[in-house]
Write a new protein. Sequence first.
Length: 282
Amino acid sequence: MRRWEQCWTCQQIADRYLSFVQRHGSHSTKVTVVFYGYNSSPKDHDRIRRNNNSCCDRQIPPDVMHLTPETKFLDITYNKSELLRLISSTFRRHQIIVEQCDDDADSSIVDAALTAADDDAVEVRAEDADVFIMLVHNSSDINHPVFVTTSKGSYNIKKIRDALTEKQRRYLLFPHAFTDCDTFFAITGNGKMTLFDRFCAGEIDQHVDTSYNVNATKDEVIRAGIRIFQYIYRPPGTSLGELRYRIYVLEEGSCRTNQTGFFTTNRWCSYSTISTCHLLNP
């Protein structure tokens, strides 16, 4: 989609989004747009203070000419929210269903797609890998085909699920939950696909299964999480704190300290594994 022109009115910007959705949804009998939430943050004004390229909070009257550059305007959470209000009302006037989430929209997108698949085939347009993973995981009982279309192509969710082994289907959500549902999160260089392959290798099944066990105690979940992290980092039986200290000494000795690459602590491991258990067993 082409970037905004600074001479456009706010309504022209909203109409631009409308034409984009209408073009891609022209073959559909019903179109639903799910927006991520942009709640105001106390950090917004601090970000303005630090970044000279940001702008202040803006009102969005439809007929007022927009003079602020797009990137500068959207840097502020309040401005995103106000623009979404205008875009949403524009969509609704043209019989496009709009769902506005309070925060992350992944679950809402998946719910809307699976509900619609009860009546007809569904196409989901999203670049988010987590939406893709959640749809594959939950597509066992859908009545009609669900396709996910990205910039790389269109994929039949049911066919992908059918091609997975039983263990791959069971463990599909585990890397997603274990990395805190963040597409860009990696555990010291181990991304979701790397972790998925390692979890399905069969070497730590009993520890992964503990996270799926609704009857597991808090201590059992934490112990299993520590074993999983030790498996990822390879030296079994070594405490996470000791591993972290070793890499810190190594980094200091080479004068290239980078704390983002350090191994996790036992405390963070406890939080992560308990959070994973809750996500897998809502």
